[in-house]
Design a protein around this ligand. Structure first.
Ligand SMILES: [Zn+2]
Length: 187
């Protein structure tokens, strides 16, 4: 496991001048969370929360799916890893990329509950909230994390992205202690 994490770290390039991060040659993140948060609030204003979630989730899942697939192909031992070992590795990549830490809280067949105490957009929300006097939200905010988790489960289970659905059910920006994501992989 440690060796794989070293390989992953070696595959990450950070370009601070352009505020970009690349994983295995693919750009996977832009801007700082504070800035992204304001862009996403703007998108929500125009599209509504649900459509903004769908759009951001799709873009985030697609941008991460290919680099994660390549990393899994580069790991010769991948086929012998259990699902939770694969996910643990992918979640290490999340930390390296600055998406925040995520934990599997419950796994029940094709349904998994994932929690995060510091997801990227929630952190960005709190950084802005004081300055712009934003009040607590009535809908979840971590649209990008929904997409990253979709890519994570698609790659860990070896299925296409459209077989995975992710819904955030509690969010720190709504006053919850943790962000909770319900993941379902269609059989
Ligand atoms: Zn959240």
């Amino acid at each position: 496991m440690k060796e794989i994490i070293r390989q992953i770290q070696a595959a990450v390039e950070i370009d601070p001048e352009r505020s970009r991060i690349r994983l295995a040659g693919h750009e996977v993140a832009y801007h700082c969370e504070k800035f992204s948060t304001r862009i996403i609030r703007g998108l929500e204003d125009v599209l509504g929360v649900e459509e903004a979630n769908a759009l951001i989730q799709q873009a985030a899942s697609e941008s991460l799916y290919q680099p994660l697939t390549e990393l899994s192909q580069a790991e010769t031992n991948w086929a012998n890893l259990t699902r939770s070992e694969r996910l643990a590795l992918i979640f290490e990549v999340f930390k390296i990329l600055g998406y925040g830490a995520v934990t599997i809280a419950e796994a029940n067949g094709n349904r998994t509950k994932v929690t995060s105490s510091n997801s990227y957009l929630a952190e960005g929300f709190f950084e802005n909230a004081e300055q712009w006097r934003w009040s607590k939200r009535s809908a979840p905010f971590c649209h990008d994390m929904c997409g990253y988790l979709r890519a994570a489960f698609a790659v860990s289970d070896g299925v296409p992205l459209d077989r995975v659905t992710v819904k955030e059910t509690t969010c720190r920006t709504m006053g919850a202690e943790l962000c909770t994501f319900e993941v379902e992989v269609a059989q």
